[in-house]
Design a protein around this ligand. Sequence first.
Ligand code: CU
Length: 68
Amino acid sequence: MISIKIEGATCQGCVKSIKNAIGQVAGVNSVAFDLETKIAKVEGSVSLDTLNDAVEGAGFDVVESNSD
Ligand SMILES: [Cu+2]
């Protein structure tokens, strides 16, 4: 599982944008984003860099990301 802390999300529209952006990345199996914690949880085989680029490409900032 990959966790990505994202800055700039304020409403359900942002949640949708983030989930779409991450969901389009090849290798992603599932994505959930919690507006309270601002953390996206991603399942799949995909690099952190690729996910970070997708999030930033959608207009949000990645604060930190890690996988376990
Ligand atoms: Cu929004």
